[in-house]
Design a protein around this ligand. Structure first.
Ligand code: GUN
Length: 282
């Protein structure tokens, strides 16, 4: 069994407690951090995430400004809502819940968000700043992975990191954050030749593929750190992209699903909102 089971629930609770303390500190300066979440349509998973985000905000003292829009909302109406939040001084962060209904242009809507209010790290300015090594909001899931590595004093510097998955939400920003942390990074995807062989070079293996339990022990170098970003529903079970029992037998540290990376995403959103309020200074 892996020496270390990485406890995302505990790290996320610590992050929330730190954010709550900082929210109190900002309150003494007359600043109340505010987060606007925009949800379009009826996707049940999105409704459930947004509900959890509202509860998190209430717990740490961040004010919520939530807008739920019907599935047939036009691009113009959506962007008018974004413009309103851009101009509202009480709103420090804007999160446009994805995916949007198919008729809407997500790229254009994301680009409409004022870059300083982009707490998701999805805005082209945020991503461009990350590529340039400048301070910016980092996408919540990959930043959550970095927070877990820091919490367990796993320093990527000089190590081989392999990221499986090249999505704009996780894989690409994950690779950039690991580069910033001085890892030697390889990004794999569906066209990669000899995927198990490449993965076996990893000291830190991050799976963000969306294929239930695809990564078994044959992909893992003994003693590697394995981070599972996948959340897949199989029947009534939630499983990751990693075959947990099989891989835990060879890894030195591993994240479980649920309870690993999952809880970190929402915790980092709170942290990013706090940082946006602090930077705005009002
Ligand atoms: N949908 C699923 N995860 C996320 C996320 O982190 N941010 C946004 N905006 N939408 C999502």
């Amino acid at each position: 069994m892996a020496e270390i089971i990485i406890d995302g629930k505990a790290v996320a609770a610590r992050v929330r407690a730190e954010v709550a303390a900082d929210v109190k500190r900002l309150g003494q300066l007359g600043i109340e951090p505010g987060l606007a979440v925009i949800l379009v349509g009826e996707d049940p998973a999105s409704h459930s995430y947004v509900g959890m985000k509202e509860r998190d905000c209430a717990e740490v003292g961040i004010r919520s400004f939530d807008t739920r829009l019907p599935a047939d909302t036009s691009q113009g109406a959506l962007e008018a809502i974004i413009d309103g939040f851009n101009e509202d001084a009480a709103v420090h962060g804007i999160l446009l819940q994805l995916p949007l209904p198919g008729h809407l242009d997500a790229e254009s809507a994301i680009a409409r968000i004022a870059p300083e209010k982009d707490v998701d790290g999805f805005h082209p300015v945020s991503i461009g700043r990350l590529v340039r090594g400048l301070p910016s909001a980092h996408a919540c899931t990959p930043e959550g992975v970095m927070e877990l590595l820091r919490a367990y004093e796993i320093d990527p510097a000089g190590k081989r990191a392999v990221v499986i998955g090249r999505s704009v939400l996780v894989g690409k920003p994950m690779a950039l954050l690991l580069i910033e942390a001085n890892a030697t990074v390889t990004v794999c995807h569906s066209r990669t030749h000899d995927l198990p062989g490449v993965c076996r070079e990893a000291d830190i293996l991050v799976a963000a593929i969306g294929r239930p339990e695809m990564i078994d022990a044959s992909y893992v170098k003994p003693g590697a750190v394995v981070i599972d970003v996948g959340i897949n529903r199989v029947g009534d079970r939630l499983v990751g992209d990693v075959a947990y029992e099989d891989v835990a037998a060879v890894a030195s540290a591993i994240t479980p699903v649920p309870g690993g990376v999952g809880p970190m995403t929402r915790a980092i959103l709170l942290k990013n909102t706090l940082a946006a309020a602090e930077a705005a200074g009002r």
